[in-house]
Design a protein around this ligand. Structure first.
Ligand code: ATP
Length: 302
């Protein structure tokens, strides 16, 4: 790491559940927990945060490369990272992936978005498609929506009986605990936007022709069920925030804070891994000498 981590860590400020009741209405989506006191304000604050995200992005890229290098070298722990992103429509999952995860090498990233299940997926257990999308050892996986939809939209839209979705909290906890045992670092993030901010973002999708493709009339139907979704999120966060797989709530009305906080969350979790580049598994001096001595071939005058 090139700079000290914040104290208290950003993740401590954003973590919810694990014994503490989750109250989303008490978390202001425009707040900026952990942001250091700055001498700049307004647009300068935003530029500062954007520059920080770029700087931390370089660190994340290096950390991800070390994670991959350790896996190539045979890391017995099978370490990998999985970032689960959930949000109401227009919550900014796409922007967060682009700006924060996008700083890492695409070769080491596995990004997967989950829409409504296909016919085939519906024929299986709800975790089936999730298991198939998990990142391999040494990779950073990003889920844009996830198995949590099966206790969110599925609950609000009554897509299965209540006893079925209620049983899923325990199933999810068991599943995630198993992943943690296998070497997964799980970071589950709810991007928390306000009802008013969603309205603004939906409106901008309507007024800007370059955003029409992002507008789904169904999003307005879901918006009418806002309180139901907030209740579903509250219960999912409360029931499934565990030490093995914690939940973080990132206030997301301010996009620059959202990205800043997410970058710090990833950075702090990488720091736990104490990654380094693996040592050479060959005799360095011998290989050096071999290379310099050449093999007697003359290829293109080299
Ligand atoms: P944006 O947030 O940028 O608008 P999006 O994440 O909404 O993009 P879409 O492909 O438009 O992307 O939406 C995915 C849809 O799939 C959401 O409405 C979500 O509720 C739904 N979905 C995801 N998982 C499930 C599931 N298990 N059962 C039913 N619907 C699901």
């Amino acid at each position: 790491m090139t700079a000290d981590l914040y104290e208290p860590p950003v993740r401590e400020l954003l973590r919810v559940g694990a014994g503490r009741p989750v109250d989303l209405s008490a978390i202001d989506p425009r707040s900026t927990p952990g942001l250091p006191a700055l001498s700049v304000t307004g647009p300068d604050r935003k530029s500062w945060a954007r520059a920080e995200v770029r700087r931390i992005g370089d660190e994340l890229a290096e950390q991800q490369e070390m994670l991959h290098a350790q896996a190539v070298a045979g890391d017995a722990a099978g370490r990998r990272m999985l970032l689960v992103l959930q949000a109401m429509d227009c919550g900014g999952k796409g922007g967060a992936v682009k700006r924060v995860a996008g700083a890492m090498n695409p070769l080491g990233l596995q990004i997967r978005a989950f829409g409504p299940p296909t016919e085939e997926e519906l024929g299986h257990h709800f975790l089936w498609r999730i298991r198939r999308a998990l990142p391999g050892a040494g990779q950073v996986g990003v889920f844009d929506r996830s198995h949590y939809e099966d206790v969110l939209v599925v609950r609000v839209e009554s897509l299965v009986p209540e006893e079925t979705w209620r049983a899923r909290y325990d199933e999810i906890n068991e599943f995630e605990a198993g992943l943690a045992d296998e070497g997964f670092v799980l970071i589950k993030v709810f991007l928390h936007i306000s009802y008013g901010e969603q309205r603004e973002r939906l409106l901008s999708r309507l007024t800007d022709p370059t955003k029409h493709w992002k507008y789904h009339p169904g999003d307005v139907d879901a918006r009418t069920k806002w309180p139901d979704y907030q209740a579903a999120y509250t219960e999912a966060l409360s029931r499934c925030a565990t030490d093995a797989a914690p939940w973080f709530v990132v206030p997301a009305d301010r996009k620059w804070y959202r990205d800043w906080a997410l970058a710090h969350l990833l950075r702090e979790h990488f720091a736990d891994l104490e990654l380094s580049y693996p040592p050479a598994r060959f005799d360095l001096r011998k290989e050096h000498a071999r290379l310099l001595a050449g093999d007697g071939l003359k290829v293109n005058g080299g």
